[in-house]
Write a protein that binds this ligand. Sequence first.
Ligand code: PLP
Length: 415
Amino acid sequence: MSPIWHPFTQHALFPAMRPIASAQGAWLTDAQGQRVFDAISSWWVVTHGHCHPHIVQAIRDQAGRLDQVIFAGHTHAPAERFAEKLLARLPDALTRLFFSDSGSTAVEVAIKMALGHFRHRGEGRHRIVVLANGYHGDTVGTMSAGERGVFTQPYDRLLYAVDRIPFPAPGQEQATLDALERFARNPETAALLLEPLVLGAGGMLFYSPGVLAQMAALCARHGVLLIADEVMTGWGRTGRFLACDHAGVVPDILCLSKGITGGHLPLAATLCREEIYQSHFSTDRRRTFFHSSSYTANPIACAAALANLELWETEPVQDRIDAIAAAQAEGLARLAAHPKLSGARQSGTILAAEIGGPGHYMTESGPALLRFFAERNLLIRPLGNTVYLLPPYCSTRAELSACHDAMLEAADVLG
Ligand code: PLP
């Protein structure tokens, strides 16, 4: 028996892990040689496809040149070149980049940047406003900001208080804006932290670019920082490079990870406006941004990230994203017509629907759905009874159509 304890895995219900031997494009191959279609991009990280030759080559080259170096007081070409290229792609207002190594740490860094900013300016702003149903990671700080529930209950006494505003479900946006206005008027409010347009782990809940723009304007009016957690939505998932792009919103702090290396290695970046950096910039050492992890800006991960950005320049990535979105739109029409599927919805490359009633993570049918797709060699991992596809951009129309078929069949059998 393996000694390994797996993430988000109830070993009493799922004792056997599927051993995966290799991967290419949108497909995994298990130890028995069975191919599995990776319809969720291996937890939303793979963008161009597994083992993309350009990224693999960059990793090989970098591993033989400089594997790792402390990033305090040191720098290296892969980090510098990646930062320069990424900043050139992002709105001019984002001028500074801090590296870390996961989505959770990107958000932790963002929260610390926001609070440090106000502290160093002598302002008493320290409260964080968040959206109901949000998810920002599993560290204690990000659990505090995320929705409380079965994921967080055992640790509730450790979590810090945040101010929650309702999810801006279509038609209910005003309640969200009113609640935000109330909190934004509080002189203790530092930042609004949100996932733009799509709340991923919270159940693939979508809201409109219009209300995102209104929330951003409201924050700006009251001097509250907007932190956009684009850990999942970034790198094209919603059809544009950033979800914020749909709303013409430039956040004060932006969190990126997952697709940052095309899904090949762990890395994250938290970007911010100049004034946030400047409030830490001082000969007073107490204003140092006291944050690091051992592998901050690991050169091999940075080389993979740089190669990923090169692919965005040299390959028709946006065309592929548009093709995925078109194929998902065909799926959407089919799902919407099924009587046992509800809430069928699409945001760019992401397609989601509930099987057999309103979405609920701890629904009875969750484990059966997981098995249903695994038996069909589809890596589709429902959030309770919310089934979604979030595929790599190299997926074909036929592959996605087969996933739509499987969702319809699952609704027939388990709905
Ligand atoms: N933020 C969002 C929006 C996410 O979807 C996730 C992970 O799914 C995270 C943060 C945490 O990222 P990680 O699992 O890399 O720590």
